[in-house]
Structure formats: C-alpha cells, structure tokens
Design a protein around this ligand. Sequence first.
Ligand code: UD1
Ligand code: MG
Length: 447
Amino acid sequence: MPERTTIVLAAGEGTRMASRRPKVLHRIGGRTMIAWVLEAVRAAGAGRIALVVGPGRDDVAAEALALAPKAEIHVQAERRGTAHAVLTARAAVERGGDLLVVFGDTPLVRSETLRALADALKNAAIAVLGFRPADPAGYGRLIVESGEVVAVDEEGEASAAEKKIGFCNAGVMALSGKHALELLERIKDDNAKHEFYLTDAVAIARSLDLSVVAREATEEEVMGVNDRNELARAEANAQRRLREAALEAGASLIAPDTVHLAADTRLGRDVVVEPYVVFGPGVTVEEGAVIRSFSHLEGAHVGAGAMVGPFARLRPGTKLGAKSRIGNFVEVKAAELGANAKANHLSYIGDASVGADANIGAGTIFCNYDGFTKHKTEIGKGAFIGSNSALVAPVKVGAGAYVGSGSVITQDVPADGLALGRSRQAVKQGWAKEMRALKGKGKSQED
Ligand code: UD1
Ligand code: MG
C-alpha cells in the first residue's frame, strides 16, 4: 500500500491577526505554529508531508522545510476552501496512500491524536476529529446518527436545531487512500461561501455507503488560532502543557504559573526554578541546577549543579560548567564558563572563555566590541579578576593570574602573574584636616 501523506493546510489569509506576518509564523512558546504542527505530524509518523501555502509565501515554505526538508510545497493560487486546498496537493492524493489533513492554525494538536485518527481508517473511509468547545459558534457541527457520523454542517449552512449541537469538527481529518480522490472530486461549492468544503466529504461518503467514524479531542488541543486573543489563549495552554511535562520529568517549579517556558526548554532532574523566570528558545539545564527568580535565559546551556540568578541574563551561546555561579545583574553572551567558575555580581561577560574555578569580581566588564567587530577574552583556570575591572578584548589572562581591582587590562597577563592597570594611589597626610581648617573659618560644620 502506498505511504500515507499528511497534508498541512496553511494557505489561510489570517487577516484577523492584524499582522504583516503570515498567521502560521506567529510563535507559541518561541516556536512557530507551523513548526508545532509539523513536530506533532513527525512524531505521529507522518509519512510524506505536503504543505499547502498561499501565493508568494516563501517564508512559510522555508520555515516548514527547515523542520521537514522533504516536505512537498504546493501553492494554492486562489483560496477556494479546504477541499480545494487539499486538491492543490493533487499529486499527493493521486499516489493513493491514506491522507491525514491537518490545519496550520491548530498548533497544539497532539501526535497521539493524529495517530489514533489515522489508525481509525482500518474500519472507515473517513475519520473526523470532534471536540466539545465551550462556545461552538463558528465551528462545523458533527451530525451523529446511531453512532455513525452522517454529515458535518458548517456554521453558515447549519439549521437552528443543528447549531445547538455541541459536538464540533476540529478540522483534522483522515481519508482512506482508496476513496480520497473520488470523495474530494465530488465536493461542490454550492454553499453560502461558494467554497469547496472538505467537510462535505463526510455526507458524500455516507451516500456511497462508506463508513465515517469520529474520535474526540479536548478543546485545549484543537483550538484554532485566528486572532491575537486566540493566540494568547493557545500560548497559555501550551505553557500549561510544557510546565506539566517539566514537572513530570523531575524539575521543581516552585510557582509554575510564573515560569515561562519555550517549546524546546530542557530541564534535568532536580532542577529548581524559582518564581518568575523566562526561558527563551534553546535552553538546557542539567541536573540539580537552580535558576533563581527574575532570570531570563535563551540559547544557553546550564551545567549540573550550577546556580543562576536572581536577576541574571543568559544570552545565546552561553555555556555554564558544572557548579558554576552566575549571580545578580550578570549578563553572559557567547561565553563558556568552566566548572566552579563564578561571576556573582553586576558583570558583563561577552565573547569569552573563562576557565574552571576562575572568579570574576563584582562589576567586571568584558569590553568585547570596538564599534565594528567583536573580540574574544580568554581567562585561564583559577584566575582571579578583581572587582570593577575592564578587560579590553582581544586579551588573555593566564591560569592562576590575578588582576587588581579597578584595572583596565589591554595586554595579555601571564599565568600566575599580577596585572595592575590603574593609576597609583596618592596619599597626602593631614590634607583633609588642613582643608577643613582653611575652608571652615567662621563656618560651622552643619552649614
Ligand atoms: C474549518 C472547518 C470546520 C471546523 C473548523 C475548525 C471546513 C470547511 N470547515 O472551518 O468544520 O469546525 O475548521 O477550526 O473545513 N485553508 C486553506 N485554503 C483554503 C481555505 C482554508 O489552506 O482555501 C486552510 C486555512 O489556512 C486553515 C484551514 O484550512 O488552516 C481551515 O480554514 P478556515 O477558513 O479557518 O476554516 P474554518 O472556517 O475555521
Ligand atoms: Mg479556522
């Protein structure tokens, strides 16, 4: 039997998003909606993937190809309905494998649900996915008679009695490869919107004595995103799901509702995340590390047992070694810190490598940028950088070396050496007392 094809429909206009960006490129948990869908499709064992996009939507195609490089891209020149969109991928339909149709704007659908729907084709020509939304308005209604789905009536076509039906079409549909082409070709645009409705395939199948079954999903999973309010609701649902998964995997989120995760955040066992932490994309935290309150992390790797924050910022390219410490008001970017290295207060560490056990004193700034290019700073193992130092890159501080507080370091410091890059202190004995005597003549100290 030919391989299954999953057809992802993403040619919608998305005008209600009021955005220059196509709808499916809006993000949830830092990941585009189309990427969420493709991820679920991949995990469900998609077979081939065919993506239907609107004209000129190279950006949507590029995003899809980044995740599914073998996806076939089909352009729907005119938006004439969901069945028309499916037939835009005609070559895929004609191959004869089963079809799974998913929407690009239904981002939280689970792979288990897709798999169950595809499996339901063992006993049916069509499997539809139903759900019971709090407010069914706008959705197609599933008409069920003695356990069989007999039709899907779109909102515009549904009678008053049908509109009271709470069981709605989620949009995801599986069609058996044996019948798909025939069913799709029979669909007409004789409805209020003059669109070719994919959902009409159900009544057509019934008229041919083919059976149609329904599976059910939760509203949380199949809610569509058509405007920014729905996008925010989908984000909230995704966050809940991500937090639950993190907790199940053994991380402690002390106040889960205040922690914002990305779709790809990886938290190891016994990681503790304090309240009010934001994870952007690309963060991995190893076992036992603690992320303290009000920290912001993206593109960072935090080693086992490390401590970050409170009020720390880890930017892309940060790699923190085991048991290292990044304290309050410290920003790290494109920098690797070895095991036990510490930067506890008020520092900027950019484009650098910091050896194991090194100590970066309070207020140290890695001056990595000359207005044109970024330069690298290398700090050796066990080096000690005194507080309020400026390290002007490119520069190297050798293993075990000391940098005196307040230094501006422009030249390499040899291992185990001491560098002082500050003006020598002058002390004038009794100067203050003399000054007071001179200036204070006839004046009281309080004036
Ligand atoms: C659709 C279903 C409805 C279901 C609802 C669930 C149909 C006819 N109706 O309605 O039963 O309850 O989803 O959210 O299928 N698209 C294209 N090309 C087109 C038209 C649509 O690619 O010509 C894509 C859209 O980008 C979107 C999806 O198909 O991803 C659904 O289209 P939309 O217009 O949102 O359908 P609904 O009216 O929401
Ligand atoms: Mg829709």
